[in-house]
Design a protein around this ligand. Structure first.
Ligand code: GLU
Length: 423
């Protein structure tokens, strides 16, 4: 038996240990355990950028392809000071399970640049993005590796990458990445897709628990692409959003946050933040959105926020993970003891990559769907996937995270067995 991997990086270690735990529980053979606990390909690049003051800074960029067993590796590119190879590896593995569970024809990948985008100008970010794109270009392709937005990246970054790769190859390659703006080969619905999917999981959970959304309260951590549309979709379904947050703080209103005003506030802010919302939004600032009095908590900001220090103070009984990896194993143990139910990230936030698959399929066909068609298909798939995991966890009497991991691993394992070792 090959030695099992451990990592000092919390996110990677969590991903590995959850994988081993699920693999053992389902009796997966050792050769597949060894293969799937490693990434197929990991690329590190240096990115020299001329800053606006004329100096040169060199950034580290990464792209990891964890598995291409089911299809091209798929996953976002993030800009954050915490990005490193271990983090990308962990998130790439999570993408493998996410795509497998979602039933879409992709493996898992992830990439990113270690940088602080909030301190960089638009021109600096463009130079950073284009050089990164040029350096990872050899491994990108519509049938090999298809990136998308992630933390602190969006349509603009995707256009810079697409434009750079297309110029290098001398032809337009729209299907090489997803999350593009609607005006340039993107799909209507993709921008809202992750949040819509997270909210759909929350609403499905209410349905199986026989709870009326109109009498439920929720707190949403993070008001970026995921958190904002999660809050909006829940609000539209009648759920009372009592607290929201971003890096400027946590905002609370027992009577319900005015989500439309929150959107107006970030739209008007140059850094797209909720700064000053306590004045414009008729709400008060509180210490931490995580500890707000509510029924459902949606952590949609970043990894590791629900940990041994914070988990015990959470008052919600149900948690639906919009971010990737928001709960550490220690945090989850505390939640388990307290009987808090968790819908795991790679099920709850899979609306983004399912929406990406719709966009990619349209690009390959050169066809466009209506927004209604896109949203209906997305919600239909999310509901079905939620239901499958719920039923499996009930039947086996195991947590949803374990049930989802086992189902996801099974599909990858079956295909890997059919395809053989030479992957
Ligand atoms: N970054 C998103 C995620 O973590 C979307 C990935 C994609 O669409 O490829 O799921």
């Amino acid at each position: 038996m090959q030695t099992r991997r451990k990592s000092s990086n919390v996110l990677l270690n969590t991903a590995l240990q959850e994988f081993y735990g699920a693999a053992d529980e389902m009796g997966l053979n050792e050769r597949l355990i060894s293969i799937l606990s490693h990434s197929e390909r990991m690329m590190q690049v240096s990115i020299p950028v001329e800053m606006d003051d004329g100096s040169v800074e060199v950034f580290d960029g990464y792209r990891v392809q964890h598995s291409t067993a089911l299809g091209p590796s798929k996953g976002g590119i993030r800009y954050d000071p915490g990005v490193d190879m271990d983090e990308c590896e962990a998130l790439a593995m999570l993408m493998t399970w996410k795509c497998s569970l979602a039933g879409i024809p992709y493996g898992g990948g992830k990439g990113g640049i270690c940088c602080d985008p909030l301190t960089m100008s638009r021109r600096e970010k463009e130079r950073l993005t284009r050089t990164y794109a040029a350096r990872i270009e050899p491994i990108l392709g519509r049938w090999s590796d298809v990136p998308a937005p992630d933390m602190n990246t969006g349509g603009q970054e995707m256009v810079w990458i697409l434009d750079t790769v297309s110029k290098m190859r001398g032809k337009l390659e729209p299907a090489i990445l997803t999350g593009k703006p609607v005006s340039y080969w993107g799909s209507m619905g993709r921008n809202e897709a992750t949040g819509r999917g997270v909210a759909t999981c929350g609403l499905e959970l209410m349905r199986v628990l026989d709870k009326n959304p109109g009498s439920m309260t929720a707190a949403v951590q993070g008001f970026g692409n995921v958190g904002s549309f999660t809050a909006k979709t829940l609000n539209d379904a009648g759920v009372r959003i009592v607290a929201i947050s971003d890096i400027t703080g946590s905002y609370y209103s027992a009577g319900g946050i005015d989500i439309h005003r929150a959107f107006d506030t970030v739209r008007a802010n140059p850094k797209k933040l909720l700064e000053g919302f306590e004045k414009t939004g008729n709400c008060e600032k509180i210490d931490d959105v995580l500890f707000a009095e509510c029924d459902f908590l949606f952590p949609c900001a970043r990894d590791g926020v629900i940990n041994s220090e914070t988990a015990g103070k959470i008052r919600a009984r149900y948690i639906v993970e919009g971010a990737n990896g928001p709960t550490t194993p220690e945090g989850e143990a505390v939640l388990d003891d307290a009987g808090v139910m968790v819908v795991p990230d790679f099920l709850a936030n899979s609306g983004g990559v399912i929406g990406s698959y719709f966009e990619w399929a349209q690009n390959l066909q050169g066809a466009f769907w209506t927004e209604e068609e896109y949203n209906n298909k997305l919600v239909h798939i999310m509901k079905g996937n939620f239901r499958r995991v719920w039923d499996y966890s009930e039947a086996k009497n195991i947590k949803m995270r374990r049930a989802a991991t086992m189902a996801a691993i099974q599909r990858v394992a079956d295909v890997s067995e059919m395809r053989g070792l030479f992957l």
